[in-house]
Design a protein around this ligand. Structure first.
Ligand code: FMN
Length: 279
């Protein structure tokens, strides 16, 4: 049975949230194709994963001292009630992640990086040895597909004022790749310039935001209805305004490459130096 773990991490939980609208679209399309049995949802903003504590670190250090300890044996190493409790919180999150064929993550850019709610989940599930096959030593995430959906108020493509300031998608790519997710199974969908939809002084950039959102929507539907990238690409050119938006999915994968490689829906600012800077 195929399975989807759907995580939302944006603090804004109203119907205006771009990340939540796009992840919901993905989930709906996925369920239409695969049914609901393998679907699992976790709202990391509504039900935050507790931040790490001394007990988590102490248990982790004990496991590190033992060498490779599979999750099944960690409980036996828990030394006191606090360690047992922190493992009781952590273990189901790891199990849930490992059970997923596809992990869908809604993660707006916050201060050039990921929301704290998502970081708390990452810190928890990255317990020592959690992703390592105890027999073969291979990554248990080697066949996992990760789809990251990330709206942002500004633009971070080549030539924009934000170029070089995206510490969000390079971090997530590096994190999942380091834990064994295959490069071709990491997909990033960005919807840029979402602030333009709100701010009057950015009204002239709304067409860019709309195009980016439309391209993101198309990419989400495509990713939700296919098992993996097939090397196709979609591009939209708006010659009248001199802007371009490209949607690309690389068959050879993108992780480990330049930040921005293979990402969808980036606003290309090479010809538009007037794109908004965040804050
Ligand atoms: C706390 C906070 C920090 C933000 N930081 C950035 C930022 O560094 N760069 C940026 O481009 N947009 C930033 N934004 C804008 C959001 O990325 C943008 O509004 C996005 O659409 C939010 O996702 P949502 O619509 O799912 O809530 C920030 C928004 C918030 C609330």
């Amino acid at each position: 049975m195929t399975s989807l773990l759907h995580l939302d991490s944006g603090a804004h939980r109203s119907g205006e949230s771009v990340s939540r609208a796009l992840t919901a679209l993905f989930a709906d399309a996925w369920r239409a194709r695969h049914g609901s049995t393998g679907y699992r949802y976790r709202d990391l903003a509504a039900e935050p994963v507790p931040p790490l504590d001394t007990a988590f670190c102490a248990l982790g250090r004990r496991v590190e001292r033992e060498g490779m300890v599979p999750p099944d044996r960690v409980a036996a190493l828990a030394g006191d009630p606090a360690e047992k409790e922190t493992w009781a919180v952590t273990r189901p999150l790891i199990t849930e992640l490992l059970a997923a064929d596809t992990v869908l993550i809604g993660t707006p850019m916050y201060n050039f990086s990921i929301p704290a709610a998502l970081k708390a989940w990452i810190d928890r599930v990255s317990f020592p040895g959690a992703f390592v096959d105890p027999v073969s030593g291979d990554s248990l995430l080697r066949d996992t597909r990760v789809v990251v959906i990330t709206p942002r108020g500004g633009a971070y493509g080549p030539g924009t004022p934000g170029e070089g300031w995206d510490f969000h998608t390079p971090y997530l790519r590096a994190y999942f790749a380091r834990h064994g997710v295959a490069a071709e199974n990491i997909h990033v969908v960005t919807a840029e310039m979402t602030l333009a939809e709100l701010a009057p002084h950015l009204a002239h950039l709304r067409p860019l935001a709309e195009d980016s959102r439309a391209a993101a929507t198309a990419a989400v539907i495509s990713l939700a209805t296919e098992r993996s990238a097939s090397g196709t690409s979609i591009s939209t050119e708006r010659s009248a305004s001199g802007t371009s938006i490209s949607t690309e999915r690389s068959a050879s994968g993108t992780s480990g490459g330049r930040p921005g490689d293979g990402e969808t829906d980036r606003v290309d600012g090479a010809r538009r130096a007037d794109l908004v800077e965040w804050s």
